[in-house]
Design a protein around this ligand. Structure first.
Ligand SMILES: [Mg+2]
Length: 370
């Protein structure tokens, strides 16, 4: 039983924002509607189109005005982040009733290592059961890819939507993956694939062909290329690491003085150098924050912490530094201090932010459409 192949599921909620809209407004069921427009109404771009809308050719990233030309009675539903968060949480709680080996890939996508569970139930049966239950309990339609690696599972879940289940074993790659158009190669940038198409590399199979290697290397690094090849052929990671995208609750730094300090300038200098450290950590770990906190401990151990939040996630150096200086100025009372500290909190990964919030980035929308 050593080195037994793993069984990985990729579960993707179908047209997630549209599905949540339907749950909250049942009259939308089977209607031509789109979600979008509320955050940047001026641009009026579609975030998610219902399946009925898609059938008419209405797509994510399309201006709402264009959708209206296609179907004048199209309903426009505003974006509702708190509802998406709520259903996303339900989704992940549901998955964890099956296994703890869950890796959150985005707000509506997860990888599961079900190798152990499938000792007792056939993977296909398990997938059907989960899909059915997810729909009955939470009214969330999903697609599931079943494969020996994360990458192939992801490719698999894209193949049949909505409510599809697709098995991609290594031996299925020639039939199920290689014939797909090159733009379906998961992870390939939306800027890159048109170049490959112009070079005549039209399918994933073309990409994998050795004689195209030199051509492809004009557009990506060798490592990148090799990763794609390994992924396509089923030789990439099969490790579902639930902690992979864990993010710190805060990024902070503090210092205790050798003697008490009551010079405002020295305190400002000290807190500024602490800030440099946390700023660089924020950038290095690709994080964004909403809140900055200062901590001042007086010589009598009285400690005050003061926080201020900005309206949207950021990693901007000056924005937070200015707030920090303001907080210090407003709260420092001339008492001698024995400790100062500063920290970011309300932190998310930059990647997550793009996927969850920056709904109007053209590239992301096209890639995330499900
Ligand atoms: Mg999805």
């Amino acid at each position: 039983m050593k080195n037994k192949a793993k069984i990985i599921f990729h579960i993707d909620l179908n047209a997630f924002y549209a599905s949540v809209s339907e749950i909250n407004e049942p009259y939308l069921k089977n209607k031509v509607f789109v979600v979008g427009g509320s955050v940047m109404a001026s641009r009026g771009v579609i975030t998610t189109a219902s399946y009925k809308a898609r059938a008419l050719g209405i797509r994510s990233a399309m201006p709402i005005s264009e959708a209206m030309k296609i179907y004048p009675k199209v309903l426009v539903v505003p974006i509702n982040h708190s509802e998406y968060k709520k259903y996303s949480n339900l989704f992940f709680e549901f998955l964890k009733t099956y296994t703890n080996r869950v890796l959150k890939a985005s707000i509506d996508e997860a990888y599961l290592d079900v190798t152990e569970i499938t000792n007792d139930i056939h993977p296909l049966e398990l997938a059907k059961q989960m899909q059915q239950e997810l729909y009955e309990k939470h009214q969330l339609p999903s697609s599931i890819g079943i494969a020996p690696t994360l990458y192939l599972a992801k490719m698999g879940s894209d193949l049949k939507k909505p409510m599809g289940i697709t098995v991609v074993r290594k031996r299925d790659v020639p039939k199920k993956i290689l014939p797909l158009p090159i733009k379906e190669l998961h992870g390939l940038g939306i800027k890159t694939y048109p170049y490959l198409e112009k070079e005549g590399i039209l399918t994933i199979g073309d990409f994998a062909r050795k004689e195209n290697r030199e051509t492809i290397l004009k557009y990506m690094s060798y490592d990148n290329y090799q990763n794609f090849i390994d992924s396509i052929l089923g030789n990439s990671s099969n490790k579902v690491d639930p902690a992979k995208y864990d993010i710190p609750k805060s990024v902070s730094n503090e210092t205790t003085f050798n003697y008490n300090i009551d010079s405002y300038d020295l305190i400002l200098e000290e807190i500024s150098s602490l800030y440099e450290v946390i700023y660089h950590r924020l950038i290095k770990e690709n994080l964004l924050a909403k809140t900055i906190t200062i901590k001042l401990r007086e010589s009598n151990f009285k400690t005050i912490t003061r926080s201020k939040s900005i309206s949207d996630y950021s990693n901007d150096y000056d924005t937070f530094k200015n707030i920090m200086e303001e907080l210090l100025y407003e709260n420092y009372t001339d008492a001698p201090l024995r400790l100062v500290g500063v920290g970011y909190s309300n932190i998310i990964l930059e990647k997550q932010y793009e996927e969850d919030y920056n709904l109007f980035t053209y590239q992301k929308i096209l890639k995330d459409e499900t």
